[in-house]
Ligand binder design. Structure first.
Ligand SMILES: [Zn+2]
Length: 125
């Protein structure tokens, strides 16, 4: 058991995070363990990473999909170029506490990968 699960507020389950992925027909997404969270776009395991600009957040870690094959991330390159004319993209990111999802801006395929915390690298405080 991951100690993180004990720290999860029960309300997370009703925030649509789990329900949405069930709708996508991905049975493995029903597991509420944070370490078992998977990207709704590609099914890859979400990685915990240290937020580079943590000032605006309650906690220093979020979960994000760092799969370079993720369609959400791959689409982002074309979208950003089209909308803003910049070579940039974003990855699927979710706040493990609130369940809030938001795009994580990245400027290269390796951006922020150095911030990824290996499993077990952080205790659930
Ligand atoms: Zn993904």
């Amino acid at each position: 058991m991951n100690p993180m699960s004990a720290a999860l507020p029960p309300r997370l389950k009703s925030r649509g995070v789990v329900g949405r992925v069930e709708d996508a027909g991905l049975p493995f997404m029903t597991d509420p363990e944070p370490s078992q969270r998977k990207c709704p776009h590609c099914g890859a395991h979400l990685s915990r990473f240290e937020i580079p600009d943590a000032a605006g957040f309650d906690e220093p870690y979020h979960l994000a999909c760092f799969n370079d094959e993720c369609p959400y991330y791959l689409r982002g390159w074309a979208w950003m170029l089209e909308q803003y004319g910049v070579r940039s993209s974003y990855r699927y990111r979710v706040d493990p506490k609130s369940g809030h999802e938001s795009p994580l801006a990245v400027w290269s395929s390796t951006a922020l990968k150095g911030n990824v915390v290996p499993d077990g690298g952080v205790d659930g405080k």
